[in-house]
Write a new protein. Structure first.
Length: 62
């Protein structure tokens, strides 16, 4: 079940790619942290959001 909205997902992918890019540029393994926002943005699901009960995606109306 997705818990991230489109804006949240896009921002996560951009930030993830930026951190990964910085890691490659700086030849630093800390850039691998960028994989976390990248993967969660691509999946549309964040485990921390689930634990905290947060949803940034719009809810469907019946």
């Amino acid at each position: 079940m997705k818990n991230e909205g489109n804006v949240d997902r896009i921002l996560r992918v951009i930030v993830g790619l930026a951190i990964l890019g910085w890691g490659f540029y700086a030849k630093n393994w800390w850039g691998a942290i960028g994989a976390v926002p990248l993967v969660t943005g691509l999946m549309g699901w964040c485990p921390v959001y689930s634990l905290l009960g947060i949803k940034t995606c719009p809810t469907k109306k019946n």
